[in-house]
Write a new protein. Sequence first.
Length: 170
Amino acid sequence: MIVWISGIPAAGKTTLGQALAEELGADLIDSHDLRVARADQDFSREGRRKNVVMLAVEAGLRSSIGGVDVVVACISPYRDDRMVARYIAEAMNEKFFCVWLQCSVQAAEARDMKGLYFMARTGKAKNVTGVDDPYEYGPDFDLEFETDHASVAHCLEKTLAKVRPNGKDR
């Protein structure tokens, strides 16, 4: 099973991902960590697509071959890229759940520990989702949370109920 957590920067993807991975005993793949390891990735639309495909394949392999559940925290702002991630997972016979963490740019900017929004507003970063790059809402979400108001505990509880409706593991 793959749980894909999507949203603008600082929406809470990593925070929920860590809590969910711990609760499920799952692997966590954070796209930020992968980007740091792979300096050749950029934030162009094509660069983002490559990143999503790479993450989806990695998650699918860990889950289908390794036998572990995987939580992916990734901005993945484009609807068609999220659909590609779902397709890759399902082609590997893996369940796929997409969770959208909706968050206002103002709230995300207030809790942005990396300074990404500041860099975007001062011209030091480009293609920042929510500032000068869009986030596409779509029908591909299995769960949606407004993280301006919803607690991590609430998001975790509802996500667990969705991905493990009977409380059963894999």
